[in-house]
Ligand binder design. Structure first.
Ligand code: ADP
Ligand code: GLC
Length: 484
């Protein structure tokens, strides 16, 4: 939940959606673990006098509530302050890997949030849960764990941001959840002998949403269903895809304080040229305006298409007059390979193996095109930022990428709707074809290139429409709650 905590797009969404919901008339209160990054963030955090204990595995674990507000809104965020669980370097993992007590940490977080709702006297209509970390909440409400009176009238919505991360733990973590073993069966919390928190959310929530219509379809099939496709297919029309929005307060080149030059639809050519130069300087690349510059900002994870990017990059660095600006952290093998390539090709590859908002913005603005050949992509935010920044996205047509980038064909150009380049066959050949097409336009068809840039910049991916859609779903869910 930016600006309190972020590892990827979930942070952007959770920081922006409640504010957008407030703007369409919903009254939102949010709960988040008091992560170290939240305590150190730019927001003022107040203490409250609310403290309680939660029984977990025969112990009573104490916590207290802290309080802050999302900027520019009245959305109160309660931080569940339990330093042993949450005041750590990472959110879910550190350099040594995943925290081993994640099941305990997030069972605690879910239960403490529910206790907080009770103690604060909140009477929610809807509890909206995000990803596996909160997947136990719909089960707790179903089981009436804690017996809180607000549970009788509440409906639940579970949003899947990425089905590949399921919160899967060994079966002997079951007692940590506080739920009866009777829920540990193949139709509820059990999954191939393990406990699965995402499955818990999918089974027990009144509605399940995910972050694009195409991904909503894809996860009902084995290829992208991560073993939960049959379960998701069974939810039928209860499974809904809503594309994420963009927080244009943070991501708008005409107001972005992090850029070397600000620009808009009328001034993009000069503005982007200045940002490109600044980016080349920052990354130590030769300062050339004529060379195409391809940007990537991405977690270094298999999902993001590195198995296509790396072989292509290896070849292109020696054979093509193209510059690359790459920002990412993650998998050590990818990091090592990229580092080697950057050392051997300092004039073509500008690399930062780091997590940096500033460089992320600089790449979005200073690149000519943005590459996102994800193997799968529930929604994806960077292609939406790229559209706004006049940086033409080149994407694999999957999930949210397929829903938000319109491939430039003669037909879509004529209709004036083309915004980027995409490929369907997930292969290096497919990727190379799409990149070559983009480069052909960039180098030789400048008028159409400008049209693509400007069409993308005009697209409106603000949160307003998506927030309105969530509100409709909340209202509809309240009327048609599942009765167990
Ligand atoms: P995902 O959540 O799968 O990583 P998204 O495209 O939805 O993908 O969101 C990624 C978010 O994380 C974007 O806001 C992007 O700018 C940011 N991001 C990813 N890697 C980095 C990095 N190394 N430095 C700064 N921001 C990053
Ligand atoms: C996940 C997905 C990404 C999505 C983000 C926010 O991290 O990988 O596609 O944009 O969540 O919903």
């Amino acid at each position: 939940m930016i600006p309190l905590a972020k590892t990827g797009g979930l942070g952007d969404v959770c920081g922006a959606l409640p504010v957008a919901l407030e703007e369409v008339g919903c009254d939102c209160i949010a709960f988040l673990p008091a992560y170290r990054s939240a305590l150190k963030s730019s927001l003022a955090v107040e203490t409250t006098d609310i403290a309680f204990t939660i029984p977990i595995a025969g112990r009573n674990v104490a916590c207290r509530l802290l309080k802050t507000k999302l900027p520019g809104s009245n959305v109160v965020v309660y931080l569940i302050d339990q330093p042993q669980y949450f005041e750590r370097d990472g959110l879910y993992a550190d350099r040594q890997g995943e925290y081993r007590d994640n099941c305990e940490r997030y069972s605690f977080f879910c239960r403490a949030s529910m206790q907080a709702i009770e103690t604060l006297g909140i009477k929610p209509n809807i509890v909206h849960c995000h990803d596996w970390q909160t997947g136990l909440v719909p089960a707790y409400i179903h089981a009436r764990l804690g017996n809180y009176s607000w549970m009788n009238d509440v409906a639940t919505v579970m949003t899947i941001h990425n089905l590949a991360y399921q919160g899967r733990f060994w079966h002997l973590d079951m007692p940590l959840t506080g739920l009866d073993w009777k829920y540990f069966n193949w139709e509820q919390l059990e999954y191939y002998g393990d406990l699965n928190l995402m499955k818990s959310g999918i089974v027990f929530a009144d509605r399940v949403t995910t972050v694009s219509p195409t991904y909503a379809k894809e996860i009902t099939r084995p290829e992208h269903g991560c073993g939960l496709d049959a379960l998701l297919a069974r939810r039928g029309t209860d499974l809904i895809g809503i594309v994420n929005g963009v927080d244009y307060q943070q991501w708008d080149p005409s107001t972005d304080q992090l850029l070397a030059a600000k620009y808009d639809q009328a001034s993009w050519a000069t503005g982007k040229a200045a940002c490109k130069l600044a980016l080349q300087q920052e990354l130590g690349l030769p300062e050339r305006s004529d060379v195409p510059l391809i940007g990537i900002v991405s977690r270094l994870a298999g999902q993001k298409g590195w198995d296509l990017i790396l072989p292509l990059l290896r070849h292109w660095l020696t054979h093509r007059d193209v510059q690359w600006a790459i920002l990412g952290t993650g998998d050590k093998n990818y990091e090592n390979e990229l580092r080697d390539m950057a050392v051997s090709n300092p004039t073509k590859l500008g690399l930062r193996l780091d997590f940096s908002e500033k460089i992320a913005h600089a790449i979005e603005a200073g690149s000519d095109m943005f590459l996102m050949p994800s193997r799968y992509e529930p929604c994806g935010l960077n292609q939406l930022y790229s559209l706004k920044y006049g940086t033409v996205p080149v994407v694999h047509a999957t999930g949210g990428l397929a829903d938000t980038v319109i491939h430039a064909s003669e037909e879509t150009l004529q209709q004036g709707i083309a915004t980027g380049f995409s490929f369907n066959d997930y292969s290096v050949v497919g990727l190379e074809r799409a990149l070559n097409e983009a480069l052909d336009f960039y180098l030789h068809r400048r008028r159409q290139w400008a049209q693509i840039v400007e069409t993308g910049m005009r697209n409106d991916w603000s949160w307003k429409n998506s927030a309105q859609r969530y509100k409709e779903i909340y209202l509809e869910t309240l009327q048609n709650r599942r009765r167990y």
